[in-house]
Design a protein around this ligand. Structure first.
Ligand code: ADE
Length: 224
């Protein structure tokens, strides 16, 4: 999968996207990630990217021209499946959307800043608006990192144990069951014996019951 991210602050993306699973995905050639500093497309000697809002109001707006030029250049080189704008007014990201996007070939992500981007970019280029939750971040970069992490780990071959993403919370609309590792006992707190029984059927049943219980208690909306 190829992912291109357009941003005003590339530094915000560099560390989160260059460690652990995302690092391995790139080393394995499964993820081809490109970060594009929008400043290079800024206008005039100051490489201006934002301006006042028509009609008045607080907050600067990202201008059409730098974004349009950057998007057009990328589109002339790559055929994108989706051009995604990270925004609090987008559709809320969930596991099902991450699964769907993990099957795509080429994605472009646009990180907004200041008050947001000029609506004409949204009307003419954006194919999908995504929010990572009902709260407002200072920019789209952290949201882009969340989106990229959530979908890249689902691409076959990215995780070492090919099945482990299947047991993530939400993968079957249930929260994940409790997990334990060694030692068996710490301060008198023991690991449930069923997990040491070696009986796969019993273990699966126990995990399913615990998942269901946890979901009922914490996220009953998932069961509706
Ligand atoms: N940009 C600012 N807030 C955001 C959010 N909640 N989700 C995605 N992008 C954002």
């Amino acid at each position: 999968m190829r992912i291109d991210i357009i941003t005003v602050i590339p530094e915000l993306l560099e560390s989160p996207l260059s460690h652990s699973i995302l690092k391995r995905a790139q080393e394995k050639g499964i993820l081809d990630l490109h970060i594009h500093p929008l400043r290079e497309y800024g206008i005039g000697p100051n490489r201006q990217l934002d301006d006042y809002q028509y009609g008045g109001g607080a907050g600067l707006v990202m201008m059409v021209e730098p974004l349009a030029k950057c998007i057009e250049k990328l589109k002339s080189e790559v055929d994108y499946d989706e051009i995604i704008y990270l925004t609090p007014d987008g559709k809320t990201l969930n596991q099902s959307k991450a699964n769907e996007l993990s099957l795509k070939g080429n994605l472009m992500l646009i990180c907004g800043h200041y008050k947001g981007i000029d609506e004409r970019i949204r009307e003419n280029y954006i194919t999908l608006d995504i929010s990572i939750g009902d709260f407002v971040l200072s920019g789209g970069e952290l949201a882009a990192c969340v989106l990229v992490d959530s979908l890249v780990r689902l691409i076959p071959g990215v995780l070492n144990d090919g099945t482990s993403a299947l047991f993530d919370s939400f993968q079957d609309d249930l929260l994940a069951p409790p997990i334990y590792t060694r030692p068996y006992e710490y301060k008198g707190w023991k690991v449930p014996d069923v997990l040491l029984s070696g009986n796969d059927k019993l273990i699966d049943e126990w995990r399913y019951e615990k998942s269901l219980k946890r979901t009922k208690e914490r996220r009953p909306d998932l069961l509706e």
